[in-house]
Design a protein around this ligand. Structure first.
Ligand SMILES: *Cc1c(COP(=O)(O)O)cnc(C)c1O
Length: 351
């Protein structure tokens, strides 16, 4: 605390990202992709004309948005891009959720949402998950000031299909429904094809996970023209140039390589299911997952102790210190070799 801090700043509880360790660890704690970005990314980097850095980038990021629009088969006016999807989410909070009705979200979901509620003075109402730890779509109220959840959800891993999301949108029509699809490419079903039917649907996504570009910071939103225009108004009141010219060139190169994209996500899915079977063999309970991580608990082993034991043996996973999640570990899917090491260490820790 400092006397120079505003009262608002004193009241904030920032989001705590997973650790980026300095020592060499097998890093299974922040859902990064274990495979390199598309080969075209390296070419784009090498061939990028340095002189372009003299100029400001295109404030509308037109070229990147056009490439995304083709990818999603939507109009360029239905696409927004930001400096990571966390920034897109922050702008969406300001554009759509800052009013007198509470924003509804599942009790367990991406822990950045409550942080933004504090920062942007958005009242929050949490909804319990169903008995299988899935997001309970029935629980969202048509009278709320908005709805937000990750689909597949984090850190639970379950995703609802498009029809279920459409069912929610049939009921909730008067406020924005934000579906965060950070993990959709690992086996989920995207709600993007619904945007023409539901003007209050905003779908966000990121290059950080399935495109192996967490270090680049690129995220996007897809929705009706009126929602995208709303996001642009907030963006242009905050930072006209969130996407630098290099990030734009790299993002476009990544989007163009469908083969690499499919190979990487299929490898992650295969390794995930293989890891599930092996963890179950060690007595773990493993929640079903359509994402690039598994949420696991052991009936006899304390999750916090397992976390420490793994870390001492060079493997970093994620343990959340909240009441609901303290008995669980979230394990990102790495390469086959990394998961072999994980299983080997766990065999020693769970006699
Ligand atoms: C990782 C993640 C994000 C953030 O992605 P960035 O584009 O790297 O900011 C957003 N939502 C969820 C649910 C995530 O897990």
């Amino acid at each position: 605390m400092s006397k120079f801090w505003s009262p608002k700043l004193r009241g904030l509880t920032p989001y705590i990202p997973g650790e980026q360790p300095r020592e060499r660890l097998i890093k299974l704690n922040t859902n990064e992709n274990p495979y390199p970005p598309a080969p075209g990314v390296e070419t784009a980097l090498r061939e990028f004309p340095v002189d372009h850095l003299r100029r400001y980038p295109d404030p509308e990021s037109r070229a990147l948005r056009e490439t995304l629009a083709r990818e999603f088969k939507v109009e360029v006016e239905q696409v927004f891009v930001g400096n990571g999807s966390d920034e897109v989410l922050a702008l969406a909070f300001q554009a759509f959720f800052y009013h007198d009705r509470p924003l509804e979200m599942p009790a367990i979901t991406y822990s950045f949402y409550p942080v933004y509620c504090r920062l942007y003075d958005v009242e929050r109402r949490t909804l319990p998950l169903d008995t299988e730890w899935r997001v309970d779509l029935e629980a969202f109220s048509p009278q709320a000031g908005g709805a937000i959840f990750a689909n597949p959800n984090a850190p639970t891993g379950h995703g609802h299909g498009r029809e279920a999301i459409a069912g929610l949108l049939e009921r909730v029509t008067e406020s924005v429904v934000l579906v965060d699809e950070a993990y959709v490419d690992f086996g989920g079903e995207s709600a993007v094809p619904l945007i023409d039917h539901y003007p209050n649907l905003l779908v966000t996504g990121t290059f950080s996970k399935s495109r192996s570009l967490a270090g680049l910071r690129l995220g996007y939103a897809v929705g009706s023209r009126e929602l995208i225009e709303g996001l642009e108004r907030v963006k242009d009141s905050f930072n006209s140039y969130p996407i630098d010219s290099l990030a734009s060139a790299i993002g476009i190169a990544a989007l163009k390589d469908h083969e690499h994209f499919d190979a990487c996500r299929e490898a992650v899915i295969t390794t995930r299911e293989r890891t599930r079977t092996r963890l179950e063999g060690l007595g773990f309970r493993v929640l079903p997952s359509q994402s690039n991580f598994l949420l696991v608990s052991h009936p006899e082993q304390d999750a916090a102790q397992l976390f420490v034991g793994l870390r001492e043996r060079g493997i970093l996973v994620r343990h959340f210190n909240t009441e609901a999640l303290s008995g669980w570990l979230r394990i990102s899917i790495g390469t086959e070799d990394e998961m072999d090491s994980l299983i080997e260490v766990l065999e020693g820790l769970t006699p």
